[in-house]
Design a binder for this molecule. Structure first.
Ligand code: DX5
Ligand code: ZN
Length: 228
């Protein structure tokens, strides 16, 4: 995974057909997405339940791009090894998920994956001030984690700007997760984000038998972000 700041569109398979992940992933990759975002929820840290490591392992052979695993679980440390073994390229843990995010990030890199830290809307940018050397990605949640299809929280744009300034030349991606649409994409890319997670706005209207719609949705988001 070479580092660059080009806009990357990362569809969240939370909005895909759960009975057909292999075909859904092939469809979004054929239609030009850059990463595949996998939302892992535990019904405890967030009020929703999704996939475990076995599921991630099963879909891994279908992913040719980057498997971006977003862990919304607490505790997180006992499961890192399993998600790394399942083939995650990036593993992102929440700063709010436990008392020792520093240890968690060490464990992620130690397991051979790129390390991401996610911040919920109430957590300030300054929370990562002492983590810069141990992260490859910071994920700014622009909705409260737990569900797709929520409304973008505009107060997070300032946070993205502050993070972008703080990051400077460091090879750290800024990922936006939640409520990304052709209207909000340019706002976050102008503020400094480079990875845009999008569930509803990629999958809505399309299907594996009508994948061109996915392609159009991805291209529209990318164009909107690039024209910022
Ligand atoms: C929310 C998840 C997001 C979500 C994005 O907890 O982390 O990845 O699926 O969905 P949309 O793009 O529909 O807001
Ligand atoms: Zn996510």
């Amino acid at each position: 995974m070479a580092f660059d700041r080009a806009i990357k569109i990362a569809p969240s398979i939370l909005s895909a057909d759960f009975a057909n992940f292999g075909a859904e992933i092939r469809a979004i990759e054929d239609q030009g997405c850059d990463w595949v975002h996998v939302d892992v929820m535990d019904g405890h840290f967030v009020p929703n339940l999704t996939f475990g490591p076995a599921m991630c392992k099963a879909i891994r052979p279908h992913i040719r791009t980057v498997m971006d695993v977003h862990l919304m679980i607490a505790p997180v440390d006992p499961y890192i090894e399993a998600y790394a073994e399942a083939g995650a390229d990036v593993i992102t843990a929440h700063l709010e998920a436990g008392p020792h995010i520093h240890r968690t990030l060490q464990a992620i890199r130690g397991a051979g994956a790129k390390a991401g830290v996610a911040l919920t809307p109430a957590t300030p940018a300054s929370a990562i001030a002492h983590l810069a050397d141990m992260i490859d990605l910071v994920c700014v949640m622009t909705v409260n984690p737990g569900f797709g299809g929520q409304k973008f929280i505009h107060s997070q744009i300032d946070k993205v700007r502050t993070l972008r300034e703080f990051i400077g030349d460091r090879p750290i991606h800024i990922e936006i997760d939640g409520g990304v649409t052709p209207t909000t994409a340019p706002l976050v890319s102008a503020a400094g984000a480079d990875v845009l997670v999008a569930g509803s706005s990629v999958f809505s209207g399309g299907s594996v038998s009508d994948p061109d719609i996915y392609g159009r949705n991805i291209a529209t988001l990318r164009r909107a972000a690039q024209t910022a």
